[in-house]
Design a protein around this ligand. Structure first.
Ligand SMILES: Cc1cc2nc3c(=O)[nH]c(=O)nc-3n(C[C@H](O)[C@H](O)[C@H](O)COP(=O)(O)OP(=O)(O)OC[C@H]3O[C@@H](n4cnc5c(N)ncnc54)[C@H](O)[C@@H]3O)c2cc1C
Length: 278
């Protein structure tokens, strides 16, 4: 299993073009677990964890551009945490300090697990994913980037360079339920992002990828008094019920589908109350 260690993004793209089936390695917190457990046996590995071009983030007007190599620890630090609270909250819920120091947003998108906390928050934020190959760059919609469990719109010769998401312009909440309080993969999660006149709700672990609750979103937009940022009593119950109805959970080793649906109802209601209480 040769491991290539390119020094520039251009070299990394050239390495992928020469070996289109190669596996990318960033923080290794997913990939190395798979290799050590014998689930994955990559032929070639291209290491992107040290590429300066993938590190760091910049503010671009009313957006933030985050490199694929940005870690959860970086998402939790100010001033980024205030620009993107939902991402900071999701980051805080990930693994342990060691995992948060090594694990990256690019790796979370690359793995495309239905339980990915970073991915769920990014889908609620909306925006774009930039991918690059020797043929150039493409910007893909975050909403449709994950196409199924462990599947994305990325071509094998492309790597994820960055994501571009809007700066917070309203309340944001990420809530996750697991089988314990820390070091846990989500049994169910919700990411709620509010912008003036609009609400986006993405749900994790209740579908083949992040699931948007579009009816709940439209309901919320119609019942919120946008001058005060509050909603009538009872609206949160209906929001939770609509979110649960939009979820598509399955029974598996972590939870039953029925428990997940009920968890979504409660988490969505709680996120709504936190965002729109007077
Ligand atoms: C103990 C433990 C706890 C965890 N807890 C959580 C948790 O609470 N929530 C959660 O969401 N995840 C959790 N994870 C999973 C993991 O930490 C995250 O998915 C993390 O974001 C992966 O990032 P990485 O940089 O380590 O990716 P890697 O393991 O390096 O790569 C993961 C995948 O992404 C691909 N990839 C990496 N970089 C790129 C790129 N630039 N372009 C395209 N593809 C790329 C790789 O080829 C690979 O397929 C946990 C893992 C462990 C071991």
């Amino acid at each position: 299993m040769p491991v290539l260690v390119p020094e520039t993004l251009e070299e990394a793209c050239a390495a992928l073009a020469a070996r289109p089936g190669a596996t990318l390695l960033a923080g290794g917190t997913d990939l190395m677990v798979g290799i050590n457990a014998g689930r994955t046996r990559p032929d070639d590995v291209v290491m992107v964890g040290r590429l300066a071009e993938l590190r760091g983030w910049v503010r671009d007007g009313d957006h933030v551009v985050l490199g694929a190599g940005v870690t959860y620890t970086e998402c939790m630090a100010e001033p980024l945490a205030s620009l993107s609270p939902v991402l900071a909250q999701a980051a805080r819920s990930v693994g342990s300090p060691q995992i948060r120091n090594a694990g990256t947003l690019g790796g979370n998108l690359g793995t495309a697990s239905p339980a990915g906390d970073g991915v769920t928050a990014l889908v609620a934020l909306g925006g774009t994913v930039r991918v690059r190959s020797t043929e150039g760059e493409r910007d893909l919609d975050l909403a449709t980037f994950v196409t199924g469990p462990r599947r994305t719109e990325r071509r094998p010769d492309e790597l994820i360079v960055s994501v571009r998401v809007p700066v917070a312009d309203g309340p944001q909440e990420f809530l996750k339920l697991g089988t314990r309080n820390a070091m846990v993969i989500a049994v169910a999660s919700v990411a709620l992002v509010v912008e003036p006149g609009a609400v986006r709700l993405a749900m994790g672990s209740v579908g083949p990828g992040p699931v948007r609750a579009t009816e709940a979103e439209a309901f919320a937009a119609s019942v919120v008094d946008w001058t005060t940022g509050t909603a009538a009593a009872g609206a949160a119950d209906e929001f939770g019920a609509l979110a649960a109805a939009a979820s598509r959970p399955i029974d598996d080793h972590r939870s039953s589908a029925a428990y997940r649906r009920r968890a979504i109802e409660i988490l969505a209601k709680r996120a709504f109350l936190r965002s729109f209480s007077s």
